[in-house]
Design a protein around this ligand. Sequence first.
Ligand code: N01
Length: 555
Amino acid sequence: MRGASLGVTLINALELPLDNLTAHTQPLDAVIIGAGFTGLYQLWSLRKLGLRVQVVDAASNVGGTWYWNCYPGARTDSPSHIYQYWFSDELLDEWDWQQRYPDQAETERYLNYVADRFDLRKDIRFNTRVDGATWDDSAHCWTLTTNTGETFQSRFIVTALGPLSAPLVPPFKGHETFTGRLVHTARWPREGLDLKGKRVGVIGTGATGIQVVQTIAPEVASLTVFQRSPNYAVPMGNPRYNDADRAAMRARYPHTREAIWTNFVGFDQPGQTRAFFDVPPAERREIMETLWADGSLKLWVSGFMEIFFDPAASEEVSAFVREKIRARINDPILAEKLIPQDHGFGTKRVPLENGYFDAFNQPNVELVDLRATPIECITPNGIRTTAGEIALDVIILATGFDAGTGGLTAIDIRGRNGVSLREEWKKEVRTTMGLQIHGYPNLFTTSAPYAPIAAFCNAPSCLQHQVQWITECIEYLHTHGRTTIEPTPDAEQRWLAHHDELANQTLIAKTKSWYTGSNIEGKQNRLLSYIGGLPAYMAACAEVKQQDYAGFEVV
Ligand code: N01
């Protein structure tokens, strides 16, 4: 778990019972769905075991999230020194990060470099979407079908879909009548979209909407921001790095790669150790100022934990942030519309911003408060709210995702006895540690519900841990002559109960956002991500492994 090597031995490809396979299909040990951050590392890891692995991705290149989300201003909110792989010392030496918070293009370049550096592309099938996966209980393998008509048979599936890969397109009336250009940020045209001099409307003010607004405001003729819920955001400090910065960063790598695994959220900066109300008010203020001035997410992830469960502490920190936002906006009435009052700071994803609030001081930027004047419909000319029609050339949907579950339910996954995951999850979303699901043997999931994933963890930290756990599990099955693994219903229930017990103590579970599924009508309202912290999650995973996969049926 500590870096350059997984400590695995090279093993021969698993021997699938080929008599049950049809001639036209290709027997594989594992199919990985997705060629993003997780999928690339999973491919590298399983290949090291000597397995026959195929990655399948709907995109035309590697990158996953960083391929699809090429909208203006897309950028990470985790600093580059922790938004990277740890499996190769050579890679750490070779790759030069250019800035503290890499933009989409830099992150995509990094993933392309990794794909080339480790010769990963030869096992990736691009432009191919997995439509279905069906478990065959007699052959102990999965059959995957794709939109290209190709099928794969494989002992294992690892889904590397990312937590935020199924775009949410709200069903606005008249959507199809719009005569301008309508685009979702997560399906931004790869060839780009010229917005100069255009009348643009942006719906949504989450992390994505904030990045789009601050980036395009200077170049468009007019920008109308359709806001349903205002958002807190922390100003980003994003220095460019020179050789000396990179040398200092590299010198810290041995510390960093240890620190992220012991950090609650997979970052490398510890949080406050004293209880919020044990710290005198003036000192609390000083600490908040220092964290704020860092230009990072520290006020959220390295601040006081009480903001997640103590309403009084939450209110004090939220008031501090509201004051900061208020000071940025010239018009006091507009300022109040842009300041959240209905939830505490950090009870949903805190974005970093770089000129977002200042954009509203520009004469070409207008806010439409959808709580006061909701959208009635999209018209051929623009958007009609209850206050009238706004003419637009381009509508940008920054409306988010069907998080955690949407990528998986888009695939028709049929487990034992043909049971549909999509239908099961309409009743209740279940997983065991976000890694497997009872009834779906040999299906490994990453970024799935009830693991820390992106909501409460620096994504690369938790994803690399999941890949390592999955790899070691598959290696174990092989070395012990076993063919299937599946969590028991009891173990699954215990994990869910543990997850719920922790989640329900927090203010996060009481706040509407994609974290709880409440951004999707009819979706189960339950915290999607495990909130016990990355170290506790890793300890639980390690215990399962140490006890020969206790809680899992291994056959
Ligand atoms: O999506 P969101 P996002 N009518 O769900 C609004 C990651 N990310 O794409 O809050 C009108 O947060 C919705 O309003 P409301 C990060 O984890 C990372 O912005 O539901 N408005 C909200 O304002 C992030 O959390 C990075 O009332 C509607 C917005 O659309 C996650 O992705 C950058 C609506 C959706 O916000 C998702 O962020 C970007 C409707 N019918 C994203 N439906 C970085 O690392 C939805 N909205 C920097």
